[in-house]
Design a protein around this ligand. Structure first.
Ligand SMILES: O=C(O)CCC(=O)C(=O)O
Ligand SMILES: [Fe+2]
Length: 419
């Protein structure tokens, strides 16, 4: 965990870069008011109303066309840029378990089955000898692998006093969603743990013949719509996408291009949120969302997943996120967002206490979507069969190089101290 002067430099460079991106504020002076006749006032109001709608539509269209590619507001950038010292870990990302073409990860790794307790990770008997990272859920922190590659972004939350209310209202909505959705008992204990989940957006993989919007029955579709249409959930989604863009701009751009091309090709595919680049969202509805060690191997392996913790629990006692390859246990307070490459870094949560509740919302993109796009919007075998030998050879080279290309998109510290 040795801090280095390079980290300060990194924060400064990032701050300067983000600052230079900031929109110049308008220097227009307010116009002197002059008396208007009643008719003029009426006309002006009508005109203003119309242009407000037009502006709203224009904003919506821009948002759709840019696939969530909207820079965060100017003053927010400064907050994100002001991160503390990076946390160096022994994780060896370049050797992660991935499929040969690097479109997805693999469900491999030496992690225990079942929920793992805090005292088995950082307690007296030191079964795993992990480091405990305290975190207020506000000040951004960066976690780097052994090569200085950024593999977790503790993004925090917007610098906004209303965020407490946003997180409380979002938690209430998720609580209500769990009570009104219909998820069969047998689906309430799955490979991630024992809690109720709802998924939405679009995905591809697992034998589907093309990318599809995730199917939900009538009741669950209604429950999901209520969540996706709500202001608190939309703000959380937008924040997750903004911090992704801020901290991992090249990766974010890759999502914009690949997922954007896919949605233009098939406009029936719907992202859950206009203000977010991610193609899918999972709501973990608890009531105690405590994940067992796992990887979300169907996601693009060099991509990031945004996780926001919600609910009422003491984050110093439970709800931590454990990053197994990093040997790190991180406090994860309600309302905070963390980004991780969830397909290649095993992760789990520390249990919370009886009577406490924990929910989480995740945003991510399946690797199969990128494969479909890169294969000319077709299945692998059909695409290969349509190619000339030269094009096939080129495709094989691209497949071979994809992992290196993906690693190069991940953010890095400017110079490195190995842990
Ligand atoms: O709730 C969390 O902290 C993690 C959620 C997660 O890993 C998942 O839904 O796959
Ligand atoms: Fe996960």
């Amino acid at each position: 965990m040795a801090p280095s002067s390079s980290s300060l430099l990194f924060a400064k460079i990032l701050a300067a870069k983000l600052e230079s991106l900031a929109q110049p504020r308008s220097s227009k002076k307010p116009r002197a008011s002059k008396a208007l006749t009643q008719a003029q006032v009426k006309r002006k109001r009508a005109h203003k109303g119309g242009s407000k709608d037009a502006r709203k539509k224009q904003r919506r269209d821009t948002c759709d066309a840019s696939y969530g590619n909207r820079p965060p507001p100017g003053d927010a950038r400064q907050t994100y840029a002001a991160s503390g010292e990076p946390i160096f870990t022994p994780a060896d990302t370049k050797r992660a378990s991935i499929a040969s073409t690097a479109f997805v990860g693999l469900d491999r790794g030496n992690v225990p089955a079942g929920v793992v307790l805090l005292e088995d990770l950082v307690g007296e008997n030191l079964r795993f000898q992990f480091e405990l990272q305290r975190w207020d859920g506000i000040q951004p922190l960066i976690v780097a692998d052994r090569d200085g590659r950024v593999i977790a972004i503790l993004a925090g939350r917007p610098d906004d006093p209303s965020w407490e209310a946003v997180q409380r209202e979002a938690a209430e909505l998720l609580e209500e969603a769990r009570k009104t959705c219909t998820v069969p008992q047998k689906s309430q204990h799955h490979r991630r743990g024992a809690f109720t989940t709802l998924r939405c957006g679009f995905s591809h993989g697992g034998g589907q013949t093309s990318p599809q919007n995730l199917f939900n029955g009538k009741t669950n579709a209604r429950v999901i719509k209520k969540l996706n249409d709500s202001k608190p959930i939309q703000r959380i989604a937008g924040f997750g996408s903004s911090v992704f863009q801020t901290w991992a701009p090249n990766l974010h751009q890759y999502y914009v291009e690949k997922l954007g091309a896919l949605q233009r090709h098939d406009p029936s595919l719907k992202r859950p949120f206009r203000n977010s680049v991610f193609s899918s969202t999972t709501y973990n509805l608890g009531p105690q969302t405590v994940c067992e060690p796992h990887v979300d191997f169907a996601n693009i392996p060099f991509g990031f997943c945004a996780i926001t913790a919600l609910g009422r629990f003491d984050p110093s006692k439970g709800g931590h996120i454990v990053l197994w390859e990093c040997k790190l246990v991180i406090e994860f307070p309600p309302g905070a967002t963390i980004l991780i490459p969830s397909a290649i870094v095993h992760h789990s949560n520390v249990p919370i206490s009886a009577g406490e509740v924990r929910y989480s919302m995740t945003q991510y993109a399946a690797g199969g979507l990128f494969r479909w796009t890169d294969h000319g919007f077709d299945l692998t075998e059909r695409h290969r069969a349509s190619l000339t030998p030269e094009d096939l050879a080129e495709l094989d080279i691209r497949n071979k190089n994809r992992w290196a290309m993906g690693l190069s998109l991940m953010p890095r510290l400017p110079s490195v101290t190995t842990a």
